[in-house]
Design a protein around this ligand. Structure first.
Ligand code: ASP
Length: 293
């Protein structure tokens, strides 16, 4: 049976200042187009989510790659994961300094198949073997990321926002998910959030693919993405599964998060935060939004 390809992209749960609304929506639209082009050419869901997330890593508007949130000493250390729903293979990287294409390194980890998760500066040894090099110190740091760090250090407030992710279903019905982030502004060096952790910020199996964003420490406590997948496998729609699991997260942790979900038959974008820029393409249905309609 030929399934209808679909892709959904998010640009992070949080609050987006009014002057940035148009820019964040344009960015997620461009990423969805890049992922959809892969699917339309007969490519895999795995290739599509990596292509979509790479676009957003290079866009300084988002908290991933260029523009990533900074550690409290002003460094970029990125986290990412990519998961293939058919094989349930995952590749992930965490707290890797000066890494602008974390999803690409995560994909190399998945493809190599030796390990699932590499962390810290030593991950550069594996990266070099796969032709991925660190960028020059400081070159991923934007003025906006510096200002955000200053603001968080001066007065603890919203630290996340701008994480990116994608979920896709290809023409063969295979699902995949990817998430990439700089984490939270002002984090300790070495901190890894939910994004690269299988079942927390990223998950894909035969029933659903999920990318989460928001309060990472809260998402980890409820294994948010896996909780949604279990509900979808039991027959819930992606929207109902996401809403129920986000309600559990809020009840257990008091935290806030958002998710994008794709299943064999449906897709959903659900968030508790004020905003979560999203774009999707599924056959003739294409659109984008900043907050829930
Ligand atoms: N979940 C991410 C983290 O905790 C941050 C975010 O999505 O805004 O690293």
């Amino acid at each position: 049976m030929t399934e209808r390809p679909a892709i959904v992209v998010h640009g992070g749960a949080g609050m987006v200042a009014p002057e940035r609304h148009a820019r964040v929506r344009a960015g997620v639209r461009a990423a969805a187009e890049a992922g959809h082009a892969v699917l339309a050419a007969g490519g895999s869901a795995l290739d599509a989510v990596v292509a979509a997330v790479r676009v957003l890593e290079d866009d300084p508007t988002y908290n991933a790659g260029t523009g990533a949130a900074l550690t409290r000493d002003g460094q970029v250390q990125t986290d990412a994961a990519v998961m293939d729903g058919t094989t349930q293979r995952i590749g992930a990287v965490g707290a890797v300094p000066n890494l602008g294409c974390a999803v690409q390194l995560a994909r190399a980890v998945l493809d190599a198949g030796e390990h699932a998760f590499l962390v810290g500066p030593m991950a550069w040894e594996f990266a070099a073997e796969h032709g991925i090099r660190p960028v020059l110190d400081g070159s991923l740091v934007t003025d906006r990321a510096r200002a955000r760090l200053r603001a968080v250090l001066a007065e603890p407030g919203e630290k996340g926002g701008g994480t990116v992710g994608a979920v896709a279903r290809d023409a063969r019905g295979h699902l995949a998910a990817a998430t990439s982030t700089g984490g939270v502004a002002g984090k300790r060096s070495g901190r890894v959030g939910d994004s690269p952790i299988a079942g927390a910020g990223t998950w894909a199996d035969g029933a659903a693919a999920i990318s989460a964003t928001g309060d990472g420490e809260a998402i980890l406590r409820v294994a948010l993405a896996h909780a949604i997948a279990i509900r979808v496998a039991a027959g819930a729609s992606p929207a109902a599964a996401a809403a129920a699991s986000l309600a559990d997260l809020a009840r257990v942790t008091g935290g806030t998060a958002g998710v994008i979900v794709v299943s064999a038959t449906a897709l959903a974008t659900v968030h508790l935060s004020a905003h979560m820029p999203c774009a999707w393409i599924s056959g003739a249905d294409r659109g984008d939004q900043l907050a829930a309609p």
